[in-house]
Design a protein around this ligand. Structure first.
Ligand code: ACM
Length: 541
C-alpha cells in the first residue's frame, strides 16, 4: 500500500525545486512531501463557494461545518463534476484518479484554492492542510471578530509514507468519557493520523457493552478502589483511594464514536484482550477462570495479573460471542485480540488445563495460548476480518493470518515481517507515551517509568534495517501507546500525548528525506498555537 501511494505520487507533473526550510508562514505539520511557496494569499470570506466533485461532497460539507463556528460563515457547497470548474473562484475539490488513496495536491492562489485527490481521504487531508495555512483561530469554536482568513499561496503535493498512522488509548485502567474519546480522535485527524486503537478491556475494568453477557459491564466495569502512587509489590501496596472507579460505553456510544472517526478518515481498531488482561471478565463470569476456586475481583493495582482465561471450548465460544457483537459495531478490517503478558502460572497449576494441552497434542502453555489465539484468527478470517495482536502471539507459533503489533522493541516485528506477516511497530523505546518526557522526574507527574522525549519520538524509524525491501513492505506503519495506569484523567492524557503525537505524525506521514528535527522545531510553535485554540493541555517544552 505504502509503495503504491508513493508510486502514484511520483506520477505528478511538477518537479520539486530545491527546498528551502518550511518557514512558519507554511507551518504545515506533518510536513508535506513537496511545498513550494507562491506569492500572495487567498482570503476565505462568507461568499466563498466550495465546488466539490460528487465523490467529495461529504468531505466538503464536513469542512464547511468545521469552519462555520470559528468564521461565522455559512459557506455554500456546490456539488458538481469539477474538471471544468478549476478556472473559477472559490475552493474547488477535483477528482483525479491518478493519485494514491490518501494523496492530494493543493494549490492556493489569490483567486482560488484547488485540491485534487482520488478519494475522500486525500480531499480531507488537502482541506486539513488548507486549515493550517489559515490563522490558528480556525480551530476555535466561535468567531473572535477580528480575524482575516488569509491563507498564504502555495503549491503542495502530498501523500503519506505509511498506511497505518495510529494511536492507542487505554480507557480501561482509567475510563475516559465518550466526549473525550471524540476529542482525542479529532486531534489525531488534525495530524493526518488514521487509526484509533481503542483498548477496551483489562484486568481493571471491562468498558464495552456486550448484550449477550451483561455482567461484563454490570460487574466488570467497576473496581472498588484504585492504588494511589507507584505500584510496589514488596511490601504489598496499602495506599488506596477508597473510590469506586466505573465506566463503560454502550453499543450506541460505540456506534457514535466509530461514525465520528469515519467522518475524519479514522478507522477504529477495538481491542478485546485475551487470554490475559481479562481479570474483570473473569470476575464477572467465574466460569472463564483458570483458577475457579478463587474469586479475583476487578483488579485495583497495576502490573500483570495471574488470572487469565481458561482455554476451554466454552471460553472460546464465549469470546467468539463477544467478537460477534464487536464485529457488528466496528466495520474496520482489524480486530485486536491482545495476547500480551498472559502469565502461565495458573495453566501450569491446573490439572485440567494440563490434560487439555496433552489431549490437543500441544507441547506447552505457549502452544496452548497459540491454539487459543488461532481459534480467534480462524473465526475472524472466516468473517472477512484481520486479527492483530501484541508480539507475544509469536510465541508457540503465529496464527496464519495474524498481523503483529511489535511492542517489546522491534524484534517481534522483524520476525513477523520475515515470516511474511504484516506488522505495526509500537516499540516501548519510541512510542510509549506513558513514559516520562523529562529526566527531571521531580517536575513531572508520576509516570510508569522510561524516558521518551519528543526528539526521541521524532528520531523513530519504523522500518528496521534488518528487513529487505520486500520484507519492509509488511511494515504497515506505527502507533503511539497511551497506557493509563498513571494517567488518571483527560487533561493528563493530553499532557502525555502532546506534543509527542505531533512528532510521531511527521514520522508516519512525511517522506523520510523530509524529516528534519530542526525544521520541525521551527514549525512547532505555530502548531502549538493551533493546539491552544483546540484546548489541548500539551506539555510545554
Ligand atoms: C503491552 O504494553 N503490554 C502491550
Amino acid at each position: 500500500m505504502r509503495h503504491l501511494i508513493v508510486a502514484a505520487l511520483l506520477t505528478l507533473p511538477a518537479p520539486a525545486p530545491a527546498m528551502p526550510a518550511d518557514s512558519s508562514a507554511y507551518a504545515i505539520v506533518p510536513r508535506p512531501v513537496v511545498l513550494v511557496p507562491r506569492a500572495g494569499a487567498f482570503t476565505l470570506t462568507a461568499r466563498t463557494v466550495v465546488h466539490a466533485d460528487p465523490a467529495f461532497a461529504g468531505v466538503a460539507r464536513r469542512f464547511v461545518r468545521d469552519v462555520a463556528n470559528p468564521t461565522g460563515f455559512d459557506l455554500t457547497v456546490v456539488r458538481r463534476a469539477t474538471a471544468g470548474t478549476a478556472a473559477g473562484g472559490g475552493i474547488v475539490l477535483v477528482h483525479r484518479a491518478a493519485l494514491g488513496p490518501e494523496a492530494y495536491t493543493l494549490d492556493v492562489s489569490p483567486t482560488r484554492v484547488v485540491i485534487t485527490a482520488s478519494g475522500p481521504a486525500g480531499a480531507f487531508y488537502g482541506l486539513e492542510t488548507l486549515k493550517q495555512l489559515l490563522p490558528a483561530s480556525i480551530y476555535r469554536d466561535a468567531p473572535l471578530g477580528n480575524t482575516t482568513w488569509r491563507a498564504a499561496a502555495v503549491h503542495v503535493e502530498d501523500a503519506p509514507r505509511f498506511a497505518w498512522r495510529g494511536s492507542h488509548l487505554d480507557v480501561a485502567r482509567h475510563f475516559e468519557s465518550k466526549e473525550f474519546v471524540k476529542k482525542y480522535i479529532n486531534l489525531l485527524a488534525r495530524h493526518k493520523m488514521n487509526r484509533f486503537h481503542w483498548h477496551l478491556t483489562e484486568d481493571q475494568g471491562w468498558r464495552i457493552e456486550i448484550k449477550k453477557y451483561p455482567l461484563l459491564t454490570e460487574i466488570g466495569s467497576c473496581r472498588e478502589q484504585t492504588l494511589v502512587g507507584p505500584y510496589i509489590t514488596n511490601p504489598k501496596p496499602s495506599n488506596f483511594d477508597s473510590k469506586r472507579h466505573c465506566g463503560f460505553y454502550t453499543q450506541d456510544d460505540v456506534r457514535e464514536v466509530v461514525a465520528y472517526a469515519a467522518e475524519r478518515m479514522i478507522t477504529v481498531v477495538p481491542e478485546i484482550e485475551m487470554p490475559g488482561h481479562a481479570q474483570a471478565a473473569i470476575h464477572a463470569y467465574p466460569r472463564l477462570s483458570s483458577r475457579p476456586d478463587s474469586s479475583p475481583g476487578v483488579l485495583q493495582v497495576w502490573g500483570v495479573s495471574d488470572f487469565i482465561l481458561n482455554p476451554t471450548d466454552s471460553t472460546v465460544a464465549f469470546m467468539q460471542d463477544v467478537l460477534t457483537e464487536v464485529l457488528a459495531l466496528f466495520p474496520g478490517p482489524y480486530i485486536h485480540i491482545g495476547g500480551d503478558e498472559a502469565g502461565k502460572a495458573q495453566w501450569k497449576a491446573n490439572p485440567q488445563i494440563q490434560a487439555r494441552i496433552t489431549a490437543l497434542g500441544l507441547k506447552d502453555e505457549h502452544e496452548m495460548q497459540s491454539w487459543f489465539i488461532r481459534q480467534m484468527d480462524t473465526f475472524l478470517t472466516a468473517r472477512g476480518r484481520r486479527m492483530i495482536g501484541w508480539d507475544e502471539i509469536l510465541e508457540g507459533g503465529l496464527a496464519e493470518n495474524a498481523t503483529v503489533m511489535s511492542w517489546r522493541g522491534m524484534d517481534g516485528g522483524i520476525a513477523a515481517a520475515k515470516a511474511n506477516h504484516d506488522v505495526v511497530m509500537a516499540p516501548g523505546s519510541h512510542t510509549y507515551f506513558d513514559h516520562y518526557q523529562s529526566l527531571d522526574k521531580s517536575k513531572e507527574p508520576l509516570a510508569i517509568g522510561g524516558f521518551t522525549p519528543i526528539d526521541s519520538v521524532y528520531a523513530f524509524e519504523p522500518v528496521p534495517p534488518q528487513l529487505t525491501a520486500t520484507e519492509a513492505k509488511h511494515v504497515l506503519g506505527a502507533q503511539a501507546q497511551l497506557w493509563t495506569e498513571y494517567i488518571p484523567n483527560a487533561k493528563h492524557v493530553e499532557y502525555m500525548a502532546y506534543p509527542r503525537m505531533v512528532a510521531l505524525s511527521e514520522v508516519l506521514w512525511s517522506a523520510k528525506a523530509r524529516r528534519d528535527y530542526a525544521d520541525f522545531s521551527t514549525r512547532l510553535p505555530a502548531h502549538l498555537a493551533r493546539l491552544d485554540a483546540l484546548d489541548v493541555n500539551y506539555r510545554k517544552q
